[in-house]
Write a protein that binds this ligand. Structure first.
Ligand code: ZN
Ligand code: ZN
Length: 339
């Protein structure tokens, strides 16, 4: 099969550099409990850029990135349950957990120290085929087409996890929510938060992104470091920029919560206790997601019409899609189309 491979991690936009190459690899064979998936589309996530550029350490030399996969089951491995050949299936970031540690047993499988990830520990969806443990594959709700569904599988699920982490109590929603950065994940999170009753303020660079935020129902849209028009009950930073942490903390009202989405963040500057932490403000990180988060989000997204703004790229332009993502050349989410 044809697959993209991270041959030598490094900057993707340096002249002459090609950290990601299109190569031939053997089509994988599904092991016990696994499905072989023929990839139809694969979303392009910022984490793929971090894997390609080496911001995330190499876990599997020559790995194939990609963890927003919509495909169809081509083959079922021994004792793989729940799916049949031809079923539409979603493959996301969380590839496997041990199921036995204290985190897994208490419902926090996202914190499992033995967890593995699609497109980092195992080959992902920038390829014609991939494999997934059947227990970690998702059913895609009818009514979501392949391209619309792909970005929901990481950008969407992580945005949802970040939103859950921004709540003071389970089941409640922050009345005034600030989103810092407005790419693939944030624009999905914003739609759901607005549908569930939050007033959303967006702070992001780029007029196009601000226009998109307003068109999706945001109450205001300012520049990246602007102060929102009212104090926030919660904020989520989507941009991987540590300098935004004190900015967002100052924007919080007393008792406010900052939830930091994303797997990578540049160093945060020192915080001023009085202005940025006191009054029981909280900073929370967000680490991957549980399968329950994923299933909840896909259900809510289908019910509330959460839709990604997508830009499709042909499969053989995956490297260009990553360069464009790095350059901020598009709003919303890029999707590789293998159909
Ligand atoms: Zn575990
Ligand atoms: Zn991702």
């Amino acid at each position: 099969m044809r697959a993209w491979s991270v041959t030598e991690p490094g900057p993707i936009d340096r002249n002459g550099a090609a950290p990601l190459r299109l190569v031939d690899k053997p089509t994988p064979t599904p092991g016990p409990g696994e499905l072989l998936v023929r990839v139809r589309v694969c979303g392009v996530c910022r984490t793929d850029l971090h894997v390609t550029e080496g911001d995330l350490p190499v876990h599997r030399p020559g790995v194939t990135p990609g963890h927003e996969i919509v495909g169809e089951v081509a083959e079922t491995g021994p004792s793989a349950e729940g799916f049949s050949i031809g079923d539409r299936v979603g493959v996301a970031w969380l590839h496997h957990t041990d199921g036995t540690c204290r985190h897994c047993r208490s419902g926090d499988e996202n914190l499992c120290a033995a967890s593995t990830y699609t497109g980092w520990d195992t080959d992902g969806g920038y390829a014609e085929y991939t494999t997934v443990p059947a227990a970690y594959a998702y059913r895609i709700p009818d009514g979501l087409d392949d391209v619309a569904a792909a970005p929901l599988l990481c950008a969407g699920i992580i945005g949802y996890r970040a939103l859950k982490r921004a709540r003071r109590e389970p089941g409640t929603m922050p009345a005034r929510l600030g989103l810092y950065g407005f790419g693939g994940s944030a624009h999905l999170c914003a739609q759901l938060a607005i549908a569930l009753g939050s007033t959303v303020h967006v702070m992001t660079r780029g007029q196009q992104a601000r226009d998109l935020a307003l068109s999706l129902g945001a109450a205001s849209a300012g520049d990246a470091y602007d102060e929102p028009p009212e104090p926030l009950d919660a904020a989520i930073t989507f941009a991987p920029v540590g300098e935004l942490v004190p900015v967002a903390m100052r924007a919080l009202d007393r008792g406010g919560i900052l939830s930091i989405a994303g797997i990578h963040l540049t160093d945060t500057p020192p915080l001023n206790y009085e202005r940025e932490l006191f009054y029981e403000k909280e900073i929370r990180s967000v680490t991957a997601n549980t399968r329950a988060d994923g299933r909840e989000f896909l259900r809510l997204a289908a019910r509330h019409g959460v839709r990604a703004t997508t830009h499709t790229y042909p499969f053989d332009q995956a490297d260009q899609a990553l360069r464009d993502l790095k350059a901020g050349a598009f709003d919303g989410a890029a999707v590789l189309d293998l159909r």
